[in-house]
Design a protein around this ligand. Structure first.
Ligand code: C5P
Length: 266
């Protein structure tokens, strides 16, 4: 049996540069990954099966078609490998800007690749076809993403940096947030992500104003450095100067009833 962590994805900065004619947007983003996430297990079996568990299993809605089963189907069509029993322990909130389904699909491809000797590079076209964030999640390393996010340039990361993820429990549609982007190109990604932006934050806040409360609450925590929304939201994150200040922030915010994940960058 193969176990793969579908690490939560963060966009340390996300600059939307242009609307494309194919319905997507041209991005410059700095992807980073958190040490924790969903957990995908894959084992060879006599017949295909898929089981969901974990705190967000119910939100995902049944055990039918999803990015994990689509990834497994794509792998079978491209590489064979027979039937598999797959389980997804769904610990990350759904539709929340931290990869979620993309990370699950990527973890499924990685697990199948390990079982059947298929390299990450060979899995890239499958990942690319499953979604804009799936290639970044496939490699799971800090990288600049361009194009719709699939053109990846690995860069040095910030491994071990303490991070707190906070989601106020509002699912926002990625397509809807991109649709509400105002079309203004505010310039390229700077070398220091802290000097950058998330251009999807204003449209996401227009849909879910509580995102502003989360950002304010994180910025007020002692030891918090970079505070930003990830992806199309609604999950926000803060990087901290120590595990202790991150944990103190989690304690201080616990009464708000928001979902939180205290972890470290990977
Ligand atoms: O690629 P994926 O299916 O994850 O994207 C979901 C939606 O997000 C797309 O249908 C599109 O509306 C929007 N999107 C975009 N530009 C990107 C990535 C996603 O407009 N670079």
């Amino acid at each position: 049996m193969i176990v793969e962590i579908a690490k939560a994805k963060l966009n340390l900065a996300l600059h939307v540069r242009a609307r494309r004619s194919d319905g997507y947007h041209e991005l410059e983003t700095l992807f980073a990954f958190v040490a924790d996430g969903d957990i995908v297990t894959v084992a060879p079996a006599d017949a295909d099966s898929f089981a969901l568990a974990g705190p967000f299993a119910a939100v995902l809605g049944g055990e039918g078609d999803n990015l994990v089963t689509r990834a497994a189907r794509g792998f079978r069509e491209a590489f064979g490998g027979g039937a598999h029993a797959i389980t997804l322990d769904k610990r990350l909130p759904v539709a929340s800007g931290i990869g979620g389904g993309s990370a699950d699909a990527a973890a499924t491809l990685r697990a199948l690749g390990r079982l059947h000797g298929v390299s990450l590079d060979a899995l890239f076209p499958l990942a690319d076809a499953l979604g804009s964030d799936v290639p970044a999640c496939l490699y799971g390393v800090t990288a600049i993403g361009r194009g719709r996010g699939e053109q990846l340039e690995p860069v040095p990361g910030l491994p071990g940096v303490p991070v707190l993820l906070v989601n106020p429990g509002v699912a926002v549609s990625t397509a809807e947030v991109f649709r509400r982007w105002d079309g203004v190109d505010r310039g390229p990604l700077p070398a220091d992500p802290a000097a950058g932006r998330n251009d999807l934050e204003p449209p996401a806040r227009a849909i879910a104003p509580v995102i502003g409360d989360v950002l304010d609450a994180l910025a007020a925590q002692p030891g918090a450095g970079l505070v930003r929304m990830s992806g199309s939201g609604a999950t926000c994150f803060a990087l901290f100067d120590s595990d202790a200040s991150r944990d103190a922030a989690a304690d201080a915010l616990s009464a708000r009833g928001w979902w939180m994940l205290a972890s470290n960058l990977s």
